[in-house]
Design a protein around this ligand. Structure first.
Ligand code: PRT
Ligand code: MG
Length: 214
């Protein structure tokens, strides 16, 4: 049995064509089903529906043989013990620094002021500002980071941006790109050794789709 961990929503949607190329069709849509283990047309493949941030943990500990996770999640997690053979080029967006549209970010950065930064991505934010030599107080949030600068909780946020619509709707502007983000395939190293005849063809099928899109 090959178990693939992934999150519902955008990652599941963008993974469907990749799974199809590997001859895998989910038996149900996780967005309408309450099942957390979803069978497929292949008796030897099942999908585990987990929170996006939990994918590396399931794969690392062998709860799943492979998984699909955003680079944001993988960098925050650390990725220890995970084999990362493929950038799937899906669920693309950018990790950015954003501030209120009336906040002078360049001025604050230049003056070496202490900046209050709210984010779910504490590790990425810490490394980014350390590299710039800026002093920051990090405030860990679990969602809706956009609110923090509006109510004075923070001067800036570090968050993912795709269309920019969420920032605009909240009078925020992106002032710095930290890194481009896409989702990667991660594989448990023991699974790869023990189940290579089943796993390698899935990796190859995904790789062929990614190559086509380039
Ligand atoms: O939503 P939930 O709390 O369950 O978990 P999650 O947010 O970790 O999962 P999910 O499914 O929303 O995101 C899974 C992965 O998709 C992330 O880990 C990213 O790698 C990737 N991804 C791609 C994004 C976005 N684009 C994205 N735009 N994840 C989140 N967003 C959010 C962003 O945080 C912001 O709130 O969408 C909002 C901005 O979108 P725009 O289009 O308004 O700019
Ligand atoms: Mg989300």
């Amino acid at each position: 049995m090959i178990t693939i961990a992934l999150s519902k929503g955008r990652i599941f949607e963008e993974t469907t064509p990749l799974l199809a190329a590997a001859g895998i069709t989910p038996a149900e849509d996780p967005d309408s089903s309450r099942k957390l283990i979803i069978g497929t047309n292949r008796e030897d493949v099942r999908l585990l529906i987990v929170r996006a941030t939990d994918v590396p943990t399931y794969v690392q500990n062998g709860g799943a043989d492979m998984g699909i996770a955003g680079k944001d999640v993988l960098v925050e997690h650390g990725g220890e013990g995970l084999y990362q053979p493929l950038d799937l080029n899906i669920a693309k967006c950018k990790m950015m620094v954003a501030v209120r549209d009336d906040f002078d970010y360049t001025g604050a950065a230049r003056r070496g002021a202490r900046l209050k930064v709210a984010t779910k991505y504490v590790k990425i934010a810490r490394e980014h500002f350390a590299e710039k030599g800026m002093h920051v107080d990090l405030i860990k949030l679990y969602g809706s980071m956009e609110l923090a600068p509006l109510v004075g909780l923070a001067d800036a946020i570090v968050d993912l941006v795709s269309t920019g619509g969420t920032l605009r709707a909240n009078h925020l502007v992106a002032v710095e790109e930290i890194m481009p983000i896409s989702s990667r395939l991660v594989v448990n190293q023991a699974s790869l050794k023990l189940k290579r005849p089943q796993i390698q063809p899935i990796i190859d099928a995904f790789a062929a789709v990614v190559a086509e899109g380039k």
